[in-house]
Design a protein around this ligand. Structure first.
Ligand SMILES: [Mn+2]
Length: 327
């Protein structure tokens, strides 16, 4: 006797059928989060399920905003949504609840499609596809391949962009699935459109943040610390952390910006044995929150806790990270 099993992605379709669906990305969504949600939205649409993509925070990068236009993506800030009800279904995309970067919205989080490690506190989802890959967009691409359904050119291009961005062009945290999915998308995507996404990626006013980071850099062993002492978008802090990591003498970078609400951290590691996610979590324990992948992670310390850092917060931050590295 053979048993007929429902292919995994179809279980998500069945779960969502008949419900009002929101696809919620992590706060301040990046290209991987947006492309994954967009890919999933079109996948569900193929099976007759309508959904809205939403996020909390802002879309503060030029290249991320450029995606909306290039790929015809419609995405809503939660501020623009006033009719979400408790019975509405939410799919967490490129994030998990409860995590500091995933705001708890009124709807019911029934499903999760993500590539971040599972936290102890991760909520039980009715549908949970958490696969450790370089990009969440790879998981979503695989849904099309598994079900062998057509993929629109703009969707394919957006997914390829998400994979390329989150894996730093297939070198950061990359897994076989990422490489396979880029190969799969190649035939459907518009590679000229994709390459145009790489033109003009730095905005003129970003230069002041780069300038501050260069001025404030200090290197201890192979750990590069730097900070931007003024308001700076989260995504730019992340890009500057990548930039500091690219220095020959730096294998672990800790970059933070001082914003109105507190200090936002972006941590990178290319050092064997140093897991960026665990490092930031440990360093900020008791002060704030942090987490992420082995290669890239983020953290936050709110203003209420800042007083405990003393007059020279830069020194305390160095001390916390160096201690966490040594333990
Ligand atoms: Mn991602």
């Amino acid at each position: 006797m053979t048993t007929q099993t429902t292919p995994f992605p179809m279980q998500l379709v069945r779960l969502l059928e008949g419900h009002k669906v929101y696809l919620q990305t992590h706060n301040f969504p990046d290209p991987d989060a947006i492309s994954s949600a967009f890919g999933l939205q079109k996948f569900l649409e193929y099976y007759g399920i309508q959904s809205r993509i939403c996020y909390v925070g802002s879309i503060d990068r030029f290249n991320t905003r450029k995606m909306m236009e290039a790929f015809d993506i419609e995405i809503f800030s939660y501020d623009e949504i006033d009719d979400m009800k408790e019975e509405d279904y939410i799919v967490n995309v490129d994030c998990q609840k409860p995590n500091a970067n995933t705001t708890d919205l009124p709807g019911n989080e029934v499903a999760c499609v993500d590539h971040h490690p599972i936290f102890v506190e991760t909520k039980e989802y009715r549908y949970q596809d958490i696969t450790i890959t370089g990009a969440c967009a790879s998981i979503v691409t695989n849904y099309y391949k598994t079900m062998n359904i057509p993929i629109d050119c703009k969707v394919a291009t957006a997914l390829a962009y998400g994979i390329k961005m989150d894996t730093d062009d297939l070198i950061r945290g990359v897994k076989q699935l990422d490489v396979d999915m880029i190969a799969y998308l190649y035939q459907y995507a518009d590679w000229n459109l994709l390459s145009s996404m790489y033109n003009s990626t730095i905005e003129f006013h970003d230069l002041s943040a780069y300038g501050a980071a260069i001025e404030n850099i200090e290197v201890f062993d192979d750990v590069g610390f730097s900070y931007i002492p003024f308001e700076c978008p989260n995504s730019l802090v992340a890009i500057i952390s990548d930039f500091i990591l690219s220095l020959d003498v730096v294998d672990v970078s800790v970059v933070y910006s001082v914003n109105a609400a507190g200090i936002k951290f972006s941590v990178r590691s290319e050092k064997y044995g140093v897991d960026a996610g665990k490092l930031v979590r440990k360093a900020l324990e008791g002060y704030g929150s942090g987490g992420g992948h082995a290669a890239m992670a983020g953290g936050f310390v709110g203003n209420d806790m800042l007083s405990r850092f003393g007059a020279v917060y830069q020194d305390k931050i160095k001390e916390l990270f160096m201690a966490a590295l040594k333990s």
